[in-house]
Ligand binder design. Structure first.
Ligand SMILES: [Zn+2]
Length: 654
């Protein structure tokens, strides 16, 4: 256990709860490095290191090479370097990888040293705005928005290293913000800062908890006032229900702002606003994978409308923040739905390419026109580095490392919480400072059992919190083989007892196969946090494209996709768990070949359901199908996250 012997100063800093007058939060982040992923989640991170995350400065050299403004160069000065570091820094410290740490440190050092006497830091705007250069963002060097991302980078770097230079740096910058925002508000340079001010606000409160300077509370009020009023829009307008009303990434980020501000003003309207915002997103734009139609503007529930990769990772980060502040587990159910379905589906297996948009019903990945609000040379679905728009290429990296940090949290009652499940190990302080370890072993979400083994040099009493997902009806917990009879409150089971080295907790979360109705009554099949899609043979084709979108891969269907599900067979499946489980004897489950689960279900082909504008045409309306004469076929469904081509929202057939 000596590997994680933290000194007393660090402990004080890392577990700092909210400072008065901020309300105490039920859950607190652990330092980066306290949670070590295992199993497929570790393999996912290794693939990131070996793929784009570890090599973006080489692969995307024109933007993230030496010319970048965040290294003092005359190139790109805006969000892309901070975006990349927002994932690279936690990845480097979670994997404890010296090479990645060194790579990140260059940028951290330049950033810290760039600060001037006013507190301003980062690239500096020249007297005359530089000329536009294809593929680079050279303007608006002084913008608040990219600094909001860099603050998140510095916060994580501090949480991993305890480098106190970060605290002074941020304190000086926040004085600069307090002095400058009245004359240059959050949208002075671009509208993004005003829409995304919640990220800035979160960092101000974080520093206030560590330093206690009252001017930070004054700055927080100013930032909240200048930030777009998400609370009012969610509660009192119909904007979320409308098409084109919001940018998909802004709303994913904006959802956290009311919760961040709730820490200072405990009015329930802020939390109600988030719940209503999320509910309306689901009703008017929702997709079974936890995301919503937004390509890039909100675009309804149609399963061939796109969802941007930035939306997935930003909504995950918002949900992680909201859950720690509210202790409300429905947000973590939602987090798992995105992480275990949408996220793995939108990058390729070796993490060398990603899609800009993904579709819920995605039957052809090619450079062709589609019904998206915003298109980029028709490359938005293609797997590449520069297909669609490059923001996601830089921003995608935060998704998995922050998910690792969300697996385990410290609790306000000096215990530990496992709220999101994946194989991992955690080392943390409980009670009055006893260092303990839990080892978590599971193939969740592909299996329903999670095993925890406790290790500690001394016996210690503390509460261990477990999340019981809202979809789970008969959760069971055993401690050292004996059923734990405590009741879950608000979907959290607390095991408060004297813990002894070698104790074992087994959590069982029985999963039922269920179906839900989506766009125009189309049906999606789910089991626990997983959504299932039709297995379609994927034929990959490399395209040596030479324009600004670079080379990419297209994917063509080798087997038919135009099936409806048998109403009768779906009723038979529902409630049972007739799921074929593979061996899980491999490291990486997120591919068609390795899909650990499959569901067999009867269906019929619908010959009239064809491609329209290079996507699956409108879903045939469920109650109108009359294909009794067509032969029934046995279909195979696999987890959504294992697919690149898929039908997820099916018509029903009799
Ligand atoms: Zn993006």
């Amino acid at each position: 256990m000596s590997s994680l012997e933290l000194n007393h100063h660090q402990i004080q800093a890392f577990y700092t709860p909210n400072r008065f007058p901020l309300k105490p939060n039920p859950y607190l982040a652990l330092p980066i490095g306290a949670v070590t992923p295992a199993g497929w989640l570790r393999e996912q991170l290794v693939r990131m290191r070996n793929g784009l995350t570890g090599h973006l400065d080489v692969v995307y050299k024109e933007v993230l090479g030496d010319r970048n403004g965040w290294l003092g160069g005359d190139g790109d000065v805006w969000e892309r370097a901070p975006y990349w570091l927002d994932g690279l820094v936690p990845l480097a410290y979670i994997l404890n990888d010296g090479e990645l740490k060194d790579k990140a440190q260059n940028w951290i050092e330049w950033t810290l040293q760039s600060q001037d006497y006013t507190g301003y830091f980062g690239p500096r705007a020249p007297d005359v705005e530089p000329e536009a250069e294809e593929g680079l963002q050279r303007g608006n060097a002084g913008d608040w928005w990219p600094r909001m991302v860099m603050l998140k980078v510095l916060q994580q770097y501090f949480n991993a290293t305890g480098d106190v230079r970060v605290l002074d740096h941020m304190l000086r910058y926040f004085r600069y913000q307090l002095n400058t925002l009245p004359e240059k508000p959050l949208d002075h340079w671009s509208w993004w800062g005003k829409q995304r001010g919640g990220d800035n606000l979160a960092m101000v409160y974080w520093l206030y908890n560590l330093k206690g300077d009252f001017f930070l509370l004054e700055l927080a009020e100013l930032i909240h006032k200048q930030t777009y009023n998400w609370t009012d829009d969610f509660l009192n307008t119909k904007k979320v229900s409308e098409f084109y009303s919001f940018h998909c990434v802004n709303i994913a980020q904006g959802l956290k702002e009311p919760a961040i501000y709730f820490q200072r003003h405990q009015d329930r309207k802020y939390i109600e606003a988030i719940k209503k915002g999320l509910k309306d997103l689901e009703v008017y734009h929702g997709q079974p994978n936890g995301l919503f139609g937004g390509d890039e503007l909100l675009h309804g529930t149609n399963p061939v409308h796109g969802s941007e990769l930035c939306t997935a990772v930003e909504l995950m980060f918002s949900l992680e923040n909201i859950a720690a502040i509210t202790g409300d587990m429905e947000f973590l159910d939602h987090l798992e739905r995105i992480a275990f379905n949408a996220l793995p589906a939108q990058s390729n297996e070796d993490y060398t390419a990603r899609q800009y948009y993904q579709q819920t019903n995605q039957v052809l990945i090619s450079r062709d026109e589609r019904n998206f609000v915003t298109s980029h040379g028709h490359t938005d679905l293609c797997f590449g580095v520069l297909t669609g728009y490059p923001c996601c290429t830089a921003n995608m990296h935060q998704g998995w490392p922050k998910f690792v940090q969300s697996l385990w949290l410290a609790t306000a009652d000096d215990g530990l919480a496992a709220l999101v499940y994946s194989s991992s190990k955690v080392e943390a302080r409980v009670s009055s400072g006893t260092l303990v370890r839990f080892t978590e072993k599971t193939n969740y979400p592909f299996e329903d059992t999670v095993r925890f083994t406790f290790n500690s040099a001394e016996c210690v009493t503390f509460p261990f919190h477990l999340r019981i997902p809202l979809w789970c009806e008969n959760a069971r917990v055993a401690v050292n083989g004996e059923i734990w009879t405590g009741e879950a409150q608000n979907n959290i089971l607390v095991i408060n007892r004297l813990w002894t080295d070698g104790d074992v907790v087994v959590l069982q979360l029985p999963m039922k196969v269920i179906s839900k109705r989506w766009h125009e009554g189309a049906v999606a099949v789910e089991r626990g946090p997983l959504v299932f899609s039709l297995k379609i043979e994927e034929n990959w084709k490399k395209v040596d494209n030479t324009d600004k979108h670079g080379p990419f891969h297209e994917v063509y269907a080798g087997t038919p996709w135009n099936y409806g599900l048998s109403d009768r067979d779906l009723s038979r499946l529902s409630g049972t768990a007739e799921v074929e489980t593979g061996t899980l004897a491999y490291d990486y489950p997120w591919s068609l070949k390795n899909a650990p689960l499959q569901i067999k279900i009867k269906g019929k082909r619908l010959p009239a359901w064809k491609l329209y504008n290079h996507s699956a045409g409108p879903v045939p309306y469920s109650t109108q199908q009359n294909v009794e004469d067509a032969p029934e076929e046995e279909l195979t469904l696999v987890p959504y996250g294992c697919t690149k081509l898929r039908i997820t929202e099916f018509p029903l057939v009799r």
